[in-house]
Ligand binder design. Structure first.
Ligand SMILES: Nc1ncnc2c1ncn2[C@@H]1O[C@H](COP(=O)(O)OP(=O)(O)OP(=O)(O)O)[C@@H](O)[C@H]1O
Ligand SMILES: [Mg+2]
Length: 260
């Protein structure tokens, strides 16, 4: 049974105190409160089993949009809903069905890599939590780091743990904020292959925010967010020229990606 997430006429803006009058913009009120509007009346629907990439310049609001899509934050106005068969509910109800890979990982510092990955399963009362977490640790190539805490891992290794933690409980939707941003090109390709292969196998929806055209071009649907406008992009218009030069020697064998 397939389901979808829908944002209807969603707007997101933030207010902040503007203490330095020189840096304030024209949308600053008399009491020095400035409003940053990221987007207005934006509409987007994502379906389970499909992959999506959202690209755009830094500060355009990509991470903010991902937080709204996943139901982790609420929009300033408009509505987000989860459609399951003929039933529609608020996005808050989706928490247990989503895996989120944060731009800053958000691993628990006091837990080892293994226990960080096992946590979502333990919270669901899964008695196989450690066994499944070990399987995922191996899938992201970190079996030898099971007992290391995040502070003892490199940025790229922490990224792999965060990805395993998001996928370990087979969620219906995976949201990934720059999931390969801290990886070299070879590892970025490996991790991208794991993400796409696992989402396909589990029929999960995958939404990736990325600055990488190589990664974006792997998605079935590509959007660009800039100047408050979300535009669907034709994959053939994405030209990963520079990145292609970097990856031309990397042979990607998707057959090597272990099944989920
Ligand atoms: N809670 C908040 N309060 C105030 N401003 C915020 C808040 N969250 C985000 N912003 C602002 O919204 C803008 C967009 O932020 P966001 O993190 O969504 O951008 P982004 O497109 O993901 O950028 P990047 O590619 O650099 O990660 C930024 O200017 C940011 O400072
Ligand atoms: Mg961001």
């Amino acid at each position: 049974m397939s389901c979808s997430i829908e944002l209807k006429n969603v707007s997101q803006s933030f207010q902040s105190n503007c203490s330095d009058s020189n840096s304030c913009e024209s949308n600053t009120s008399k009491n020095n409160v400035s409003t940053i509007t990221l987007f207005e009346n934006l509409n987007l629907s994502i379906s389970q089993g499909q992959s999506y990439a959202i690209t755009g310049p830094s500060g355009a609001g990509k991470s903010s949009l991902l937080m709204l899509l996943s139901g982790l934050e609420k929009p300033s106005s408009g509505q987000g809903c989860f459609n399951n068969d003929n039933h529609t509910s608020a996005l808050d109800n989706l928490r247990s069905e989503i895996g989120f890979i944060f731009q800053q990982f958000h691993l628990l510092p006091e837990l080892t890599a293994l226990h960080n990955i096992a946590l979502p399963l333990k919270l669901r009362g899964d008695k196989q939590a450690i066994k499944k977490a070990k399987h995922w640790l191996a899938k992201v190539g970190l079996s030898k780091r099971a007992n290391h805490k995040p502070s003892q891992l490199s940025g790229g290794e922490q990224q792999r743990v965060a990805i395993a933690r998001a996928l370990v409980f087979s969620p219906k939707f995976i949201f990934a904020d720059e999931p390969t941003g801290n990886l070299d090109q070879h590892n970025a390709n490996e991790i991208a292959d794991i993400l796409f292969a696992c989402c396909q196998e589990n029929n999960a929806g995958l939404v990736i925010v990325t600055h990488s055209n190589v990664l974006a071009s792997k998605a079935q649907n590509i959007y660009s967010l800039a100047n408050g406008e979300l535009t669907k992009t034709n994959a053939s218009l994405i030209t990963p020229i520079f990145e292609e030069q970097q990856v031309e020697k990397v042979v990607i064998n998707t057959a090597q990606v272990a099944p989920c």
